[in-house]
Design a protein around this ligand. Structure first.
Ligand code: SF4
Length: 115
C-alpha cells in the first residue's frame, strides 16, 4: 500500500518536472545564449585559430566567394549555421568555443543556415 503511494508520488513528481522543462520557451534559451555571449571575450583577429580560418570582424574586408547559392556579399556570421545566438553584436560560434564573434564578421568556414 505504501509502495503504491510512493510510486504515485514519484510519477507525479516526474510529470511536474517534465511539464516545467517543456514550459521553458525556446526564445528564452536563445536569449540566454545572447546574454552569455556578452560575457564571452571577443575573438581577436590575431588569435591563431581565427587566423587559420581567415576570420575578420568586418566581412566586407574578407575574400569571400559565392557559396551554397549565397552571394559572397550576403555572407556574415549572423547568417552562418555555426552562430549560436539569434541576437547581439557579438555572439558565440560553434567553431570558436568560449569566444564571441562579430555578427558582421566572417570566416572561411561560413555555411548558410539550414532552412
Ligand atoms: S563559422 Fe560562421 S559564425 Fe563562426 S566565425 Fe565563421 S562565419 Fe562566423
Amino acid at each position: 500500500m505504501a509502495d503504491k503511494h510512493i510510486n504515485k508520488s514519484r510519477r507525479h513528481a516526474v510529470r511536474m518536472m517534465l511539464a516545467s522543462i517543456a514550459s521553458v520557451p525556446l526564445i528564452n534559451l536563445v536569449n540566454m545564449a545572447a546574454a552569455q555571449a556578452e560575457d564571452l571575450p571577443q575573438l581577436s583577429e590575431d588569435d591563431p585559430s581565427a587566423k587559420a580560418l581567415s576570420y575578420v570582424h568586418d566581412a566586407s574586408k574578407a575574400n569571400r566567394v559565392d557559396k551554397g547559392g549565397v552571394p559572397a556579399s550576403e555572407q556574415f556570421c549572423h547568417n552562418c549555421q555555426f552562430i549560436q545566438a539569434a541576437e547581439g553584436e557579438w555572439r558565440p560560434c560553434a567553431l570558436f568555443p568560449n569566444k564571441a564573434v562579430s555578427a558582421n564578421g566572417w570566416c572561411m568556414s561560413w555555411m548558410p543556415k539550414a532552412s
